[in-house]
Design a protein around this ligand. Structure first.
Ligand code: ZN
Length: 154
């Protein structure tokens, strides 16, 4: 796999570096008894583009079940705040990632409802679901969840 680039809006690109995806894919739900994992995505709004640069990983306070991941730990948001402070106020909260126990990841109706209910509407947010074979990528943009396919591999 190479760096992933998505067109999420007219002239607006989302960049997810290969290195970051390689790290995220270490959380793939294999064997099939493994529980869901997740965290938040951190990165840069290079208006009109977006670049994901970091992610947080499950903490003991989070609830990882076979078919759900619930983020309870405050440490995810503390990491976002530290990134903001250590980056001259450029790296910020970008969205959410979690794994699914299915070959081709796709958001559940529970996921869609949670995102619609909880994601801030101020700016575009990035969503990643790591599947056992294929991942799902999307954005929350102007109150709509859009599925994305990579358009260019560098
Ligand atoms: Zn899910």
């Amino acid at each position: 796999m190479s760096d992933l680039i998505f067109l999420f809006n007219k002239n607006s690109y989302l960049l997810i570096p290969k290195k970051l995806m390689d790290s995220l894919e270490q959380y793939r739900q294999e064997p099939s008894s493994a529980t869901e994992k997740g965290g938040v995505l951190i990165g840069l709004y290079r208006t009109p583009h977006i670049e994901v640069t970091q992610f947080t990983t499950p903490k003991p306070e989070d609830i990882c079940k076979r078919n759900s991941f619930t983020r309870y730990s405050k440490s995810h948001i503390e990491t976002v705040m530290h990134s903001w402070q250590n980056s001259n106020s450029t790296e910020t909260y970008l969205g959410e990632w979690h794994t699914h126990p299915e070959k081709d990841a796709y958001p559940s109706s529970f996921d869609l409802n949670e995102w619609r209910k909880n994601l801030p509407r101020d700016r575009t947010k990035v969503l990643i679901i790591i599947g056992q074979n294929n991942n799902w990528y999307g954005v929350w943009d102007e109150g709509v969840i859009k599925s994305l396919n990579p358009i260019f591999a560098s």
